[in-house]
Design a protein around this ligand. Structure first.
Ligand code: SAH
Ligand code: SF4
Length: 382
């Protein structure tokens, strides 16, 4: 059987090398060729022991998913759609800024959580991505852009697991991917520059704290269980108090500023000053456990099937003011606007014609990711 080496973190690669009768340390060289140099051809790996180079072609490959389409926005944002087989499409977004360049990565084809305001949630769950499919998004983007920008040094400085899917419902495949991102012989990203975004899979937050405590974005979206049950159905399993206790535990394993709460602003649903006051009460209730927090308010990116609307700027500002006045660090993510929306429309048409219904569903998510892009790119303190 051929092993896709993108599936393996450095430890996994060492075990694989041993299985070929090679010394474990050879794995480090091989890992660097794959992730730091973007090599796909074992013959390129000139300093690798000849014995290993001879064995690799029959037992291993280095393969990314196929690109279905690419869209370049005027502001430098790039969106790729990848075909992961059986009609499933995932997407990856590159967001350049003056002081960093972020890659937004998908963890699943579809999502089983089914949040009301999320087009991926409406699409339903198809399957978990493999480690290779997760890592390949970074591997492909990094080395494609290095070639295009004619740069030898690292381009992508931050990774956010904010694409399609709930990363903590695909933990076993996520963990080696995170380790490869952090590994000095891989992408060498610090824990602060890799963010896992979760709708609140409590037991897996505890696992992540122990295994690989990277930055965490917690998608809260509501100050009460009644409302959150409706917006994020996973809340029925892991209600807000349990979620916030898990956050406090997470902060014992990671620096205190590693957690951000995401709050998608939905007109007339969760965006009144009263909701903001309820949030403060909630945070104060958990403060004795040591919870420290900051909030990111995300203007909802509408899509037709949701029946929801984006909060107006006045509502967002009033909401943020309540939080800020009680000392909660709050940022608002500002949409970059029409350029991207227009682009998303074009992309949807393009894909629709060529590849059919399921891919059309994925492309709707482009709208949502435009929102996320903005979140990452233009977090703006009020
Ligand atoms: N499943 C994970 C990560 C992917 S979603 C999670 O839910 O956290 C990444 C972020 O996008 C989440 O904070 C989610 O709430 C937000 N999001 C989803 N749909 C959105 C929309 N239509 N507009 C704005 N943000 C949205
Ligand atoms: Fe899944 Fe996150 Fe979308 Fe909810 S917001 S449906 S958890 S991808």
């Amino acid at each position: 059987m051929t092993v896709n080496l993108l599936d393996l973190d450095l430890d996994g690669l060492a075990v694989f090398c041993e299985s070929l009768g090679e010394k474990r340390y050879r794995a480090t060289q091989l890992f660097r060729w794959i992730h730091q140099k973007g090599a796909t051809d074992f013959d390129q790996m000139t300093d690798l022991a000849k014995s290993l180079r001879d064995k690799l072609p029959s037992s291993a490959c280095i393969e990314a998913s196929k690109v279905v389409s690419r869209h370049d926005s005027a502001d430098g944002t790039i969106k790729w759609l990848f075909d992961v087989g059986a009609g499933d499409v995932i997407e990856t977004v590159f967001i350049p800024e003056s002081d960093r360049a972020t890659l937004c990565i998908s963890s699943q084809a579809g999502c089983a959580v089914g949040c009301r305001f999320c087009s991926t949630g409406h699409q339903g769950f198809s399957r978990n991505l493999t480690t290779a499919e997760i890592v390949a998004q970074l591997w492909f983007a990094e080395h494609t852009l290095r070639r295009e920008f004619k740069r030898d040094e690292r381009i992508i400085s931050n990774v956010v697991m904010m694409g399609m899917g709930e990363p903590l419902q695909n933990y076993s495949q996520l963990l080696p991917a995170l380790r490869t991102m952090l590994d000095d012989h891989g992408y060498g990203l610090s824990r602060r520059r890799v963010t896992v975004s979760t709708s609140g899979v409590v037991p897996m937050m505890d696992r992540l704290a122990q295994d690989c405590a990277v930055a965490l974005a917690v998608s809260l979206h509501a100050p009460s269980d009644a409302l959150r049950d409706d917006l994020v159905p996973l809340n029925k399993k892991y209600p807000i108090d349990e979620l916030l206790q898990a956050c406090a535990r997470y902060q014992l394993a990671a620096p205190r500023d590693f957690i951000t709460f995401e709050y998608c602003m939905l007109e007339g649903v969760n965006d009144t000053p009263e909701h903001a006051r309820q949030l403060i009460a909630l945070m104060q209730k958990h403060a004795p456990n040591g919870l420290s927090c900051k909030f990111n308010l995300i203007p909802f990116n509408p899509f037709p099937a949701s029946g929801l609307k984006r909060s107006g700027m006045a509502a967002v500002t009033a909401f943020a003011k309540v939080l800020l006045d009680s000392g909660v660090v709050t940022t608002v993510r500002k949409t970059r606007g029409d350029d991207i929306d227009a682009a998303c429309g074009q992309l949807a048409g393009d894909i629709q014609d060529r590849t059919g219904a399921k891919k059309r569903m994925a492309s709707q998510r482009q709208g949502m990711l435009s929102g996320i892009k903005v979140v990452v790119a233009e977090g703006m303190g009020l």
